[in-house]
Design a protein around this ligand. Sequence first.
Ligand code: XMP
Length: 319
Amino acid sequence: NWTMASFKDDAIQRIKKKVGFDRVICGLSGGVDSAVTAVLIHEAIGEQLTCIFVDHGLMRAGEADEVVRLFRESYNIPLVHVDASKMFLGALEGVSDPEVKRKTIGKLFIDVFEAEAKKIGGAAFLAQGTLYPDVIESVSFTGGPSVTIKSHHNVGGLPERMNMKLVEPLRELFKDEVRALGRELGLPAHFVGRHPFPGPGLAIRIPGAISRDKLDILRKADVVYLDEIRKAGLYDAIWQAFAVLLPVQTVGVMGDGRTYDFVCALRAVTSTDGMTADYYHFDHDFLARTATRIINEVRGINRVVYDITSKPPGTIEWE
Ligand code: XMP
């Protein structure tokens, strides 16, 4: 794709010019946007870039390892990996309000990030994988200019506090363009094709207060669900699919015994930019097979429901 190739070359020149001989720090989230940002900047300025990956303990199964391996081994990009899960889970104990959860995570993230950035001697620039829809949606939604639907999780406020300037090379791009750029940069196809994952992670996929046990249950259900989606060849047709663990227990029967376990909701949507979305029309065999597997394989879940809400009026995530 010549357009993306020339965008890449231009972006690299712009980054070089902007950054000069200064240092840049980039926060990795495990997602495509921050990974593409980091690899692009690495192409431009090499060792002047250091990445920081704050593991908040709210990732999906195996995700933290995958990111660390990709950057350290495949790209040789200097990466600081901070395991801050105890801190995050501690701060979130008993927190059930969605906005308080988001703000707690966002604030702690900045604190940890700032401390790590200082440890490595700081930097003149902070790189962020902000996309065009992020720019728009954090300003407003269809509700009007002053309505905040959700506090989006990023390192807002940090640049001023640490006296850093921002580098946001993806600011004009939509998700599909970021993926094309990622392919252009040689990122593995399975990584570039990943579904989006929210900054606050699994914390916003467990309505109400979270716990280690609930996170474990949710991770297992999510693995089964995505495994079925991949097996059915549907992964790339879907914008985002994930399980949600509801704070509701219901009565069930297993063998000749009574169960009283949690409800798991499955969500899958199609979208082009995340701003509007339609629920995905799975066939019933797929849903039945997946529900049976989740109930059989995941202890703690005895009922599965499918979310058929589109956006609007629903949002993609439940919180
Ligand atoms: P909603 O739930 O607002 O989500 O319809 C739209 C898209 O944004 C993702 N999302 C986030 N991404 N930080 C992010 O980086 C966040 O705080 C956040 N909240 C939602 C969501 O997964 C979907 O792709």
